[in-house]
Design a protein around this ligand. Structure first.
Ligand SMILES: O=P(O)(O)O[C@@H]1C[C@H](O)[C@@H](CO)O1
Ligand SMILES: Nc1nc2[nH]cnc2c(=O)[nH]1
Length: 329
C-alpha cells in the first residue's frame, strides 16, 4: 500500500489547532475556530476601529511601509523565503487575528523586500471551510489597506477545468464567479462602513486590465508563455473537492479553474479601492469523468506549489517591481 496520506481525495491532513491566540474574539470563540458554524455576529465584529487597531499594532512592529500586499495560497508559501530584511509576525501574536489551520499555510505575516520591493505578505490565508465567515477570511485585506497597501497580489492553488490546462500551469485571473455570493454569502454583507468603500461596489473591472497585460508580457520574458493562461476562477465553499456532475456544470458556466478562496478577498479589496492582480497555480486537473483512478489530494497540491517556487517567485517579484515603479511615477 502506498504511504501517501491521501488517496481518492480523502484523508486531507489538518494542522492541529493551536490554543495560543492572543486575545479578543478568538479566545472566546475557540470552538468556532474548529469550523463548527457560521456566525454573522463574529463577521461584523471586525469594525473599522478594530481593524485600525490591528494595523497600528503591525505598524509598531515593523519599519516597513509596503504599498503591495501579497496573499500566498496553498503550497505557495515558500515564495516568502525570498523576502529579505524581513519582520515575521505570527498570526497568534496579532490581536484579534484568526489562526491558520490548513497544512501548507504557515500562519504569519511577513514584512520584507521581494527583490528590493517592500511588500506585506500573508504566508497562509483563511478559508470558509475552516469555519471562518467570509468577512473574517477576507479581513486581512482591509488590514493591508489600513497599513497603506494600494495593491493586492493574490495567489491560489486551483483545479484546472479548462481542457487545455496542465498541472503546473498558471492561470491569470481575468474574472471570477462569486457563487457563494449568489446565495447571499458575501464578505461585504452587513452594515457598510463607507470609510472602506461604497455599499454597492462595482466588480466590473475587479482584475486590473493593465496588470493582466503586464503579467502576460512577463510570462513571455521568463519563457512560460506556453504554460500561461487567462481565465475565470470560481471559489466553492469546500472542503470537499467536486463531484463529476458539479464539474460538468461549472464547465458549462465558463469556469476555467476551481478553488476555495480568493474571490472574497478580491471583493473586499475592490470594495476598499485596491488594485488587484491574482493568479491560480493549476495543481490538479478537474476532468469530469467517472473513469479516473486519481482524484485531487491536498498533499499533492501542496507539492506542486513547492515545485513551481522559482517560476512563481519570478512572476510575483517582477509584478511587484512593475507596480512599485508605476507607483513612483
Ligand atoms: O488557499 P488556496 O485557495 O490556495 O488553497 C486551495 C484550496 C484549498 O484550501 C486547498 C485544497 O488543497 O488548496
Ligand atoms: N475546489 C477545489 N479547490 C482546489 N484547490 C486545488 N485544487 C482544487 C480543486 O480541484 N477543487
Amino acid at each position: 500500500m502506498s504511504d501517501k496520506v491521501c488517496q481518492n481525495g480523502n484523508g486531507t491532513a489538518a494542522k492541529p489547532l493551536t490554543n495560543g491566540i492572543a486575545n479578543g474574539v478568538d479566545e472566546k470563540n475557540e470552538e468556532k475556530i474548529a469550523g463548527v458554524f457560521y456566525n454573522a455576529k463574529e463577521a461584523s465584529w471586525y469594525t473599522y476601529d478594530v481593524l485600525q487597531e490591528i494595523a497600528n499594532h503591525l505598524l509598531a512592529r515593523t519599519q516597513l511601509r509596503p504599498k503591495i500586499g501579497i496573499i500566498l495560497g496553498t503550497g505557495l508559501g515558500s515564495l516568502a523565503n525570498q523576502l529579505t530584511d524581513a519582520d515575521y509576525i505570527d498570526y497568534q501574536t496579532i490581536p484579534h487575528f484568526p489562526v491558520s489551520t490548513v497544512e501548507g499555510h504557515v500562519g504569519r505575516l511577513i514584512f520584507g523586500y521581494l527583490k528590493g520591493v517592500p511588500v506585506m505578505c500573508m504566508q497562509g490565508r483563511f478559508h470558509y471551510y475552516e469555519g471562518y465567515p467570509l468577512a473574517k477570511c477576507a479581513m486581512p485585506v482591509r488590514v493591508m489597506k489600513l497599513v497603506g497597501c494600494s495593491h493586492l497580489i493574490a495567489t491560489n492553488a486551483a483545479g484546472g477545468l479548462h481542457p487545455d490546462y496542465k498541472v503546473g500551469d498558471i492561470m491569470l485571473m481575468k474574472d471570477h464567479i462569486n457563487i457563494m455570493g449568489f446565495a447571499g454569502n458575501n464578505p461585504l454583507q452587513g452594515p457598510n462602513d463607507s470609510r472602506f468603500g461604497p455599499r454597492f461596489p462595482n466588480m466590473f473591472n475587479a482584475y486590473d486590465f493593465k496588470l493582466l497585460k503586464k503579467a502576460k508580457e512577463i510570462g513571455r520574458d521568463i519563457g512560460i508563455e506556453n504554460n500561461l493562461h487567462e481565465g475565470v476562477y470560481i471559489c466553492l465553499g469546500g472542503p470537499n473537492f467536486e463531484t463529476v456532475a458539479e464539474l460538468k456544470m461549472l464547465r458549462i458556466w465558463g469556469v476555467d479553474a476551481v478553488g476555495m478562496s480568493t474571490v472574497h478577498e478580491i471583493t473586499t479589496a475592490v470594495h476598499c479601492g485596491m488594485t488587484c492582480f491574482a493568479f491560480s497555480l493549476i495543481t490538479n486537473l478537474c476532468i469530469p469523468s467517472y473513469d479516473l483512478e486519481e482524484s485531487p489530494c491536498h498533499e499533492d497540491i501542496v507539492g506542486i506549489g513547492k515545485r513551481q517556487e522559482n517560476t512563481l517567485t519570478e512572476l510575483v517579484s517582477r509584478m511587484a517591481k512593475h507596480i512599485h515603479m508605476e507607483l513612483k511615477k
